[in-house]
Design a protein around this ligand. Structure first.
Ligand code: ADP
Length: 490
């Protein structure tokens, strides 16, 4: 007795543990999923922001290459042109022929740099305005060099006065033109640099706005996700608490009711209220029924806990369905008789044997039949039909009732442990919400399953599918072969 009580309390613990782990698993996987989503979204947004920054950086680099380097190049050209001019002027202002020669050489060296610089500028010039300005500069520089060469020749020949006149007349105006050309090219570069700067400015501002939006979105998304995770955790905890309360309430009700009936029957007998044999028989049968109810409940809980912990290893053998059906009808005969039920049964004549554990399959079928009785409403009819599905090679056992039926929205949930339809709880139809979960566990442990079809107010059909036993399969094949052989020999 002590051992049995201990086992029941272990089973109850295990059941509550199951409910708890279900809730925790739900919230754990929900949180994990949300965390992964947050990471993916944050990563996506981060990649987008980095890509955007790279575009702005590229634009800035292009601007630097085109405008800043261009301006530097023009600055160098200006310097070398000035150097050409300056060396010529130095040659004009000295009477030392050696110095004159040296300055002439310096001027020529500087002019080569300018000529090469102009050629380089023309090579990289892209827009028509740039090209036109480059050609202008090239022509004006060539004009100036022509005059400069004449000036240097006069200096080296010793005609200083002639050289000064030549320079004043031709050199000064032609060098002014070169200077103006260089200034206009510089202005053009300045304008382009300003435009590019404005462009980079706009796109970096756009990029900052995008970055702010991305950050705001990421933070909001993370906040919403955290809120959702917390909410789902709270919902799971509430669901668990509700489940525990419902379970404890229904179990204590299912235990207390028969126990108080047994107690009052026993008290009546002890107090001598029962004084004749007929009454005594009535009380005896009442005590037997209630004891059976409590035993069934305890067995149901123990079995469910055992199947959940995968303790249940079924010994599968070849079983004729009639054997299982007989056990079930015997077990529920009283229930049927007391309720005034009609049980219609039909087994296909060629039904092969099943590969099952007879006791477990009896429990599974009995759960469905007891449900059919419990939820039959005003109809007092129950059907049990067994047939062979050759396509699936399974035996199909249908338990049918014409009772209250199940709403479509609930069909998915009725196999969940502890689930009870609110309608049946409200109608005070007792139960633990474990019968179907246990029945399906048993069927699945035997490589089968349970399916359901139901219409509210029309009734339900629960179908147990169990594999055909291999021996029975061989027998069916051999029989088919013999029949074929005998018909051909005729
Ligand atoms: P219990 O019957 O103890 O509540 P079950 O797991 O056997 O637990 O059934 C779960 C729920 O499925 C029931 O509460 C009921 O709402 C619904 N149900 C099961 N069988 C039937 C049936 N034959 N007709 C109508 N509803 C059913």
């Amino acid at each position: 007795m002590f051992l049995r009580n201990y086992a029941v309390s272990k089973a109850l613990d295990s059941l509550l543990g199951f409910a708890r782990t279900q809730g925790q698993r739900l919230s754990k996987y929900g949180s994990l999923f949300l965390t992964i989503v947050v990471c993916i979204v944050a990563l996506g947004l981060g990649i987008f922001a980095v890509g955007d920054l790279q575009v702005v950086d590229l634009q800035a680099q292009q601007m630097y290459a085109v405008s800043v380097l261009g301006l530097r190049h023009i600055g160098e050209l200006q310097y070398e042109a000035q150097e050409t001019r300056r060396s010529t002027l130095y040659a004009l202002t000295t009477n030392d022929s050696n110095r004159q020669l040296e300055y002439a050489d310096q001027s020529r060296a500087a002019d080569r740099h300018v000529t090469e610089g102009i050629a380089e500028y023309l090579k990289q010039a892209g827009i028509p305005q740039e090209i036109a300005m480059g050609h202008n500069l090239e022509a004006d520089w060539a004009d100036y060099l022509k005059i400069r060469d004449e000036v240097l020749a006069s200096i080296l020949e010793g005609s200083a006065k002639e050289a000064v006149d030549l320079d004043l007349k031709g050199g000064v105006p032609s060098f002014d033109r070169v200077r103006q050309d260089l200034d206009s090219i510089k202005r053009l570069y300045d304008e382009r640099a300003a435009q590019q700067l404005a462009l980079v400015d706009t796109s970096s501002r756009r990029s900052i706005y995008r970055l702010i939006t991305v950050l705001t979105l990421t933070i909001s998304f993370a906040c919403i996700s955290i809120w959702l995770v917390q909410r789902s955790r709270l919902a799971a905890a509430l669901q668990l608490a509700r489940l525990q309360m419902d379970f404890v309430a229904s179990i204590s009700h299912e235990l207390r009711t028969p126990l108080s009936v047994i107690r009052s029957a026993a008290e009546n007998i002890c107090d001598g209220i029962v004084d004749n044999a007929e009454q005594l028989t009535g009380y005896g049968s009442m005590i037997r029924n209630q004891t059976r109810q409590v035993t069934d409940l305890v067995n149901q809980i123990l079995l469910f806990a055992a199947t959940r912990q995968r303790k249940q290893a079924y010994a599968l053998t070849s079983v004729p369905f009639s054997q299982v059906l007989d056990s079930v009808t015997e077990n529920i005969s009283e229930l049927l008789r007391d309720g005034g039920f009609v049980l219609e049964q039909h087994i296909d004549p060629d039904l092969p044997e099943l590969l099952a554990d007879p006791a477990a399959l009896t429990q599974c079928l009995q759960n469905l039949v007891v449900n059919a009785i419990k939820y039959s409403g005003s109809s007092k009819w129950i059907g049990i039909f067994a047939s062979h599905s050759t396509s699936e090679n399974k035996v199909l056992i249908r338990v049918q009732d014409r009772g209250i039926g199940i709403a479509h929205s609930e069909l998915k949930r009725i196999f969940e442990p502890f689930y009870r339809s609110p309608a049946v709880s409200a109608a005070q139809i007792h139960g633990t919400g474990l019968g179907l979960a246990l029945a399906r566990n048993i069927a699945q442990a035997m490589a089968g399953d349970i399916l359901v079809q139901s219409e509210l107010q029309s009734g339900s059909i629960f179908t147990i599918q169990i594999p055909v036993s291999p021996e029975s399969q061989l027998r069916v094949r051999a029989k088919g072969f013999t029949t074929k052989a005998s018909s051909t020999s005729k």
